[in-house]
Design a protein around this ligand. Sequence first.
Ligand code: SF4
Length: 94
Amino acid sequence: MNRLIHLLENAEDRSWQDRANCLGVDPDLFFPERGASTKEAKEVCRGCVVREDCLEYALANGEKFGIWGGMSERERRRVRRARALARRTGGASA
Ligand code: SF4
């Protein structure tokens, strides 16, 4: 029983990935070298209908590299920090 609960709690709905705008796009675009432009990847994300799912997935899984949900690692770090702060102070999440 405990194992079932664990499995259910950890089951992630990844069906959103089937609707990703980046399907078929060169994955390297989303993992640019340090200092390289993220503009093209973000352009693909801009028109993506599952952008929010993608971003939440990256935040939940602590993805440290690449562009997810139209955000760079640095931008996601900022969101994580803002949310952590909001949780501590009881404010609304970012
Ligand atoms: S937001 Fe960007 S990286 Fe995420 S699924 Fe959409 S196109 Fe791909």
